[in-house]
Ligand binder design. Structure first.
Ligand SMILES: Nc1ncnc2c1ncn2[C@@H]1O[C@H](COP(=O)(O)OP(=O)(O)OP(=O)(O)O)[C@@H](O)[C@H]1O
Ligand SMILES: [Mg+2]
Length: 291
């Protein structure tokens, strides 16, 4: 799986190097969590690396989003817009089913390439455009699939209530459909705010399961602290297991043995969490004993 850099300092380490290319990511957060900033950083990082950007706004208008980006210190966005390397689609206030089923596919077939970065900010108005969960699912699924044809998709989703409960239909449907889900937990406190980021799921990628403090800083945008997530690259445990299994090679069918070796080469210490490697070896040997 090819990885692309997220544009958020500190996040790539938590995602085994970055976001999978041509995947779909949903960033969930309440108002003020930093969703639009996240989406802008993702697009901006692509532009820096020579990728094109498509910003689909379903809520705020183009001027407002650009104003906020410039205010953040990212005025080069204006040059990218001028050169048409960044394309802005303002769908705020539109009839979403026509927009998604007709206009987007026309846009996609005109586009040509498949290496752009697409930000959709936020998906929530599409969820609100109909009460029927089947139609909601159909619209979101169709939209994500279409946009994925032209590149890597990142969409945001509003979280209401602020309790951190992601089990409502409004969040569940987009979460199921996305490959990767990132939750920005934002709690306004007296005299400050608390911001923590958690990767809820990420298909086809190893990822941190911890909560990470993040900050929003002028000029840098969202910045994540990787904290204790340090074990990402070491592989002492699986290599040690390989040695132990080698001693028992004759107890394991040969084709299974080579598959196990291969699997262990792909694992890192972080994958083992609190699991005891010695117990796992025992279970493996038990599985094939007597064969
Ligand atoms: N220029 C800036 N300098 C410093 N901090 C900023 C700047 N712009 C935004 N922020 C911080 O980012 C926060 C909001 O970010 P953003 O607009 O991305 O949130 P959001 O999740 O998209 O909110 P909403 O749901 O209301 O659209 C602000 O409340 C502020 O704390
Ligand atoms: Mg926003």
């Amino acid at each position: 799986m090819k990885k692309i850099k997220s544009g958020i300092y500190g996040l790539n380490e938590l995602l085994d190097g970055g976001i999978n290319e041509n995947s779909t990511t949903v960033v969930i957060g309440s108002s003020g969590a930093g969703k639009t900033t996240f989406a802008t950083q993702f697009i901006r990082r692509g532009l820096e690396g020579g990728q094109e950007g498509i910003f689909v706004s379903l809520d705020e208008n183009k001027e407002q989003i650009i104003r906020e980006a410039v205010e953040m210190g990212w005025s080069e966005i204006l040059e990218y817009l001028d050169k048409e390397l960044l394309v802005f689609i303002d769908a705020s206030g539109r009839e979403f089913s026509t927009f998604i089923k007709k206009e987007l596919p026309a846009f996609v077939s005109d586009w040509g390439g498949s290496r752009a970065r697409i930000a959709i900010d936020p998906l929530t108005p599409v969820m609100w455009s109909t009460k029927d969960p089947y139609e909601q699912r159909d619209l979101i699924s169709f939209m994500l699939k279409e946009m994925r044809k032209v590149g890597t998709v990142l969409s945001t989703l509003e979280e209401h209530g602020g309790t951190g409960d992601l089990s409502g239909t409004e969040t569940i449907i987009p979460m199921y459909l996305a490959d990767c889900v990132i939750h920005l937990r934002y709690i306004p406190l007296e005299g400050g705010v608390s911001r923590t980021m958690k990767i809820v799921k990420c298909r086809s990628s190893r990822h941190s399961e911890l909560s990470h403090p993040y900050y929003i800083m002028k000029g840098l945008g969202l910045v994540v602290e990787k904290g204790d997530f340090e074990k990402g690259t070491t592989d002492k445990i699986p290599q040690e297991m390989k040695k132990k299994l080698l001693e028992k090679k004759s107890d394991i069918p040969p084709q299974v043995f080579s598959r196990l070796e291969k699997a262990l080469d792909e694992l890192k210490d972080v994958d083992f969490k609190d699991m005891k490697a010695s117990n796992l070896i025992e279970s493996i040997l038990n599985e094939y004993s007597g064969e």
